[in-house]
Design a protein around this ligand. Structure first.
Ligand SMILES: Nc1ncnc2c1ncn2[C@@H]1O[C@H](COP(=O)(O)OP(=O)(O)OP(=O)(O)O)[C@@H](O)[C@H]1O
Ligand SMILES: [Mg+2]
Length: 1039
């Protein structure tokens, strides 16, 4: 039941709401607080008032009084269970769950064993109460898969046992016809880990006989009504209760409040949950069916007056279901086996005897099967873990019963109730007395009716009714029920609680038949008919009946009739003695545990909701000893509470104790009651508890608390909300700081890693740098690789754009010198290839001309290098710029090239602008329209040029003819171009002579001129005094 703080707070809030409901405060929730506590009328008034509002529970201290509402109330939901979980008794309206929860919590905190005694007369609601408690534990206790298994078995043991052990009586449609004590075992965590059931005296006589308006055990009707066709066929049953003698005697097979068909389904399911195998279930139903068949066996007297079986059909089914040969069975039912010295003799039964034997067998079979079933359930509930457990016992035993005709069974049942009342008296008085003693508080004893006198009347050795009954059963001779009556009259005739027809006074005698005796029980008078007492007490099953059962092929029967059963020579214990022993055992079991009580009251006999029969309730209040219990509770002090609990509840009423008290609880209570102005005679301080004498004192305190509670609730609510919000805020803040820290840490770590990495890199870099010229090794490998990479990357980005820039090649680091050289070569080759592939035919032709020029002048004439970059043109004078007349004269020779020149006269060396034209056949010197000179290529001896940077050329001509003009001295700006063209036209290149210093030329045949070439400060041409033409040119190197 561990709960989180939040759950607990929610529950407390819910509880507050619940306890504020006005309806719940109808009357008084705890009789201890009733001012007129000695008045039965006031007691009844309070019960009635609450009952009208469907408030069926009221406390007398820790005792719970429960009224049967005879209708479904909406107070058993899961929500209700949650509400009552972990809450103190007086904090919420009375409820069976409050009691269950308190028992549980006391058990957990004190680690001891408890039992809840549920008492009340038949139909008062004991079984329902015990089921509610069981349900509460099933829902509220911690659960695991294994625990759930135990829980289901505990819960479903109920429908199984109710089917076999409950029946409709006149008092109750679902009356428990056996006593049941169930232990629920809890481990140290509060988990229900196992259970054990003790059953007490099943009312077997019901199997063979039911009073009018009553039924046999439910299971018979469930099987007949709910079993499917196939099953019924297999069991030889008809779907008709009227067909079975054992089901028709009460004449009420159908009950409106009972749904046999759906109960049948529940039982079948429950049987498998409580671990009863399929084959066992089959055997179980075979037994139920065989009891019905047994009931239908009829006997007739034969000629000798002996019993003979009348209908063999039923015997056939019995034989089949029980797995016993029909003849064997028949003999067992019609004969008694007598052992005479050495031999066995079978003596035939009369019809009456046979019927008696049949019924005895039916009762024995059913009764033993019921015990087998309880044992089976116990096996399934057994807890295998041997560690120490604490238990809560639930005692739901048949209630006090008074019918018109009461027999042996009622005697036993009422005796049992008498014993439990005795236990109740002892325990309540004992505990009350012990409490006052323990707490050191004065206490004055209260008179109450002690039913010990009745218990003694029944059970006293030698003199008690039980002893007399047993004596009568066991003594030799003709003992009858009437001899028993006589004996009782003789021995206990004077007892104030015993009366018979003979002993009674005139008035009483009228109400007693001759065979009756009357006991004045604590719960009222009951008149018993003595008829059948001896028989039922003997519960004789003829010996061969037992032996026959031992042969059965039905395994349950075989198990229930073991061969080891004491033989007939030793008489088995009588029924009543067995019952008495089992009750002694029960009282012993209960004596070691802490008691809690639920007293159930029946509001009317008609099972009607809302009807409160004053007389009936008053009677029960009386015999249940509720008034006495109340008086005992109130004798000293009406109310007591542990200091801690009292302080916890009422501390808001005093500023010194609210919200928390630092000292001991007792001191706190002292301060509190001083503040509340309790008078000295109103209370006593015990060792651990405060005792309050009058209810009104507590009421005043409680009323003050109710008023204060609302204010407090608001305050607490506000505080709690604030607390939650603050808590949330703090949580968020903490979370944010945490995240921040983590994030910062992460970033810092990353930064540090980065730096460490950088330092390492730099270190390696420096080391690499320092060892860069050493052979590649660990120290410099990376650096060198970097250098290589870096150089190659840079080189890629800075490659020379053209071949002309090849000298801009990046200087390599030492390790890449060789590579660089290789790459450079490769690159140049590549560039060349690219260049070559990129040039056109025309350009190629032009370049070839340049090659030729180079061939002719490179390294020979100083101005040659400067000319290289000037591209050649086809011609320097367009056709259009030439004189048309001159052109017409030479056109037929196909003009190849023309260029402006300066011609120096042969005499006087005066410069004249002229045009030099090369045709296919000759070179022409033109002056406008005049052809000044025509030189056929055949007569061209050669051409002289200086090695300097001047532009002079001298065409040497063969002079065969004196008329012909001599050599031509020309200056041409496009000297290299013109001479290259000429060499191509004449298809020669060795006709050019590069001369130094001076050159001779023929002015006319036989007359020579000289041209001197010199380097000078500036370019000048003049006729020197020696009559030479002097050409000075500036050196290209100095330019
Ligand atoms: N708390 C309850 N709410 C609704 N109905 C109830 C309650 N308690 C008892 N009853 C009704 O009363 C009937 C009788 O109750 P129950 O069987 O518990 O009586 P009992 O005291 O066990 O009687 P007996 O001694 O005969 O076994 C139930 O079948 C049910 O109809
Ligand atoms: Mg019951």
């Amino acid at each position: 039941m561990a709960q989180s703080l939040e759950e607990r707070c929610n529950r407390i809030l819910r509880n507050m709401e619940a306890s504020l409901t006005a309806r719940d405060r109808v009357g008084i929730q705890d009789f201890v607080l009733l001012d007129a506590y000695t008045s039965e009328t006031a007691f009844l008034d309070n019960l009635r008032k609450r009952f009208r509002e469907n408030l069926i529970y009221t406390y007398i201290g820790t005792l719970l009084v429960s009224l049967n509402p005879y209708k479904e109330l909406d107070i058993y939901s899961k929500k209700q269970m949650d509400t009552y979980m972990g809450v103190n008794f007086f904090e919420l309206p009375p409820h069976i769950y409050a009691l269950a929860d308190n028992v549980f919590r006391t058990m957990m905190s004190e680690f001891n064993n408890h039992f809840i005694l549920i008492s009340g007369e038949s139909g008062a609601g004991k079984t329902e109460a015990s089921k509610k408690i069981l349900h509460f534990y099933a829902v509220s206790c911690p659960s695991t898969k294994i625990l759930n298994n135990v829980r289901d078995r505990l819960l479903l043991s109920n429908p199984v046992l109710e089917a076999f052990g409950n029946a409709k009586t006149l008092k109750n449609d679902n009356s428990s016809r056996f006593g049941k004590y169930m232990d629920i075992q809890f481990d140290h965590q509060g988990g229900a880990v196992g259970g054990h059931i003790l059953s007490y005296l099943l009312e077997k006589s019901r199997v063979v006989h039911q009073n009018h308006g009553e039924r046999n055990f439910h299971i018979f009707y469930q099987l007949v009504d709910g079993g499917d066709e196939e099953l019924l066929r297999w069991l030889g049953l008809r779907r008709d209760c009227q067909h079975y003698n054992y089901l028709v005697q009460g004449d009420c097979a159908k009950v409106s409040s009972v749904n046999d068909r759906s109960d049948w389904r529940t039982v079948c399911k429950a049987l498998s949950v409580v671990n009863i195998s399929e084959s066992d279930v089959e055997h179980l139903f075979e037994i139920v069916a065989s009891v019905l068949h047994l009931g239908n066996l009829k006997f007739e007297a034969d000629t000798r007056g002996y019993a003979a079986l009348h209908n063999s059909q039923e015997m056939h089914w019995l034989s089949k279901l029980l797995g016993i040969p029909a003849q064997v069975l028949e003999q067992a039912l019609t004969h008694r086996k007598i052992e005479a010295k050495t031999e066995e003799v079978f003596s035939p039964f009369s019809v009456d005897h046979a019927v008696y034997a049949r019924d005895a067998l039916a009762k024995a079979v059913y009764g033993r099967t019921f015990n087998w079933l309880v044992n089976k359930i116990n096996e399934s509930l057994a807890n295998v873990d041997s560690s120490r457990k604490t238990v809560i016992g639930l005692l739901d035993i048949y209630g006090f019963e008074v019918f018109t005709v009461n027999s042996f069974e009622q005697f036993c049942i009422n005796y049992c109730n008498e014993k439990l009342q005795q236990l109740f008296i002892q325990l309540t008085l004992k505990s009350e007395q012990a409490e006052y003693e323990m707490e050191g508080v004065e206490w004055e004893p209260v008179p109450y009716f002690n039913n010990k006198i009745i218990c003694d009347l029944v059970e006293e050795k030698h003199r008690g009714i039980i002893s007399l009954l047993d004596e009568e059963c066991l003594r030799p001779g003709e003992a009858t029920d009437f001899t028993l009556l006589e004996k009782m009259e003789e021995i206990i005739g004077g007892h104030p609680h015993f009366v018979t027809h003979k002993l009674a006074d005139q008035k009483t005698r009228k109400s007693l038949a001759r065979g009756d005796f009357r006991l004045l029980h604590y719960a009222g008078e009951v008149t018993y008919s003595v008829i059948g007492f001896l028989d039922k007490n003997n519960d004789l099953l003829y010996r061969n009946g037992k032996e026959v059962m031992q042969q059965s092929k039905n395994l349950i029967i075989k198990h229930c009739f073991p061969p080891s059963e004491p033989d007939h020579k030793k008489r088995p214990e009588t029924v009543v003695t067995q019952f008495k022993s089992s009750l002694v055992g029960l009282i012993e079991i209960l004596g070691t545990k802490e008691p809690w009580y639920v007293r159930c009251i029946k509001p009317n006999e008609a099972k009607e909701p809302g009807r409160f029969d004053d007389v009936l309730v008053r009677h029960q209040v009386k015999y249940l000893g509720l008034m006495e219990h109340l008086r005992v509770r109130r004798a000293g002090f009406a109310y007591r509470r542990k200091y801690e609990i009292f302080l916890q509840r009422y501390k808001p009423l005093c500023p010194d104790t609210w919200p928390s008290w630092k000292g001991t609880a007792a001191e706190g209570v002292q301060v509190l009651i001083k503040h509340l102005r309790y008078q000295p005679d109103e209370y006593k301080m015990g060792r651990t508890k405060i005792f309050i004498r009058h209810p009104r004192t507590l009421f005043a305190t409680e009323d003050a608390f109710q008023v204060c509670k609302h204010k407090l609730a608001t305050k607490i609510q506000a505080k709690y909300k604030g607390y939650r919000v603050k808590g949330d805020y703090q949580k968020q803040k903490e979370a944010a700081t945490k995240i921040e820290n983590c994030w910062r840490g992460l970033v810092a770590r990353k930064e540090r890693e980065k730096r460490e990495w950088a330092v390492a890199i730099i270190k390696r870099f420096i080391k690499g740098f320092m060892t860069r010229n050493e052979p590649s090794g660990a120290d410099n490998r990376e650096y060198l690789s970097y250098v290589r990479h870096s150089y190659l990357t840079r080189l890629r980005e800075n490659l020379p754009k053209t071949l002309l820039h090849k000298d801009s090649w990046l200087t390599p680091p030492p390790i890449l010198k060789e590579t660089s050289l290789f790459l450079k070569q490769l690159f140049i080759r590549h560039m060349v290839r690219k260049y070559v592939q990129g040039i056109t035919e025309e350009r190629k032709a032009l370049l070839l001309l340049k090659v030729q020029t180079s061939f002719m002048f490179k390294g020979k004439k100083e101005s040659y290098p400067l000319s290289v970059c000037t591209p050649f043109l086809d011609t320097r004078i367009d056709i259009g710029d030439m004189n048309m007349k001159a052109l017409r004269m030479i056109q037929h020779e196909n003009v190849k090239y023309s260029v402006p020149v300066v011609k120096y006269d042969r005499n006087g060396f005066r410069p004249r602008p002229r045009q030099l034209v090369f045709t296919r056949d000759a070179a022409y010197l033109l002056d406008e329209a005049k052809i000044k000179q025509r030189i056929r290529y055949g007569s061209l001896k050669g051409v002289s040029v200086s090695n300097l940077s001047d532009n002079f050329l001298i065409l040497h001509v063969t002079c065969d003819d004196v008329k012909q003009k001599g050599d031509l001295v020309l200056e041409c700006d496009f000297l290299f171009e013109a001479l290259t063209k000429l060499s191509v036209i004449v298809d020669k290149c060795d006709f050019i002579q590069v001369v130094q210093d001076s050159v001779r030329f023929d002015i006319q045949p036989g007359r020579e001129g000289v041209v001197d070439f010199r380097s000078g400060q500036e370019s000048v041409v003049y006729r020197a005094k020696n009559g030479h033409l002097t050409v000075e040119s500036t050196s290209t190197k100095s330019r």
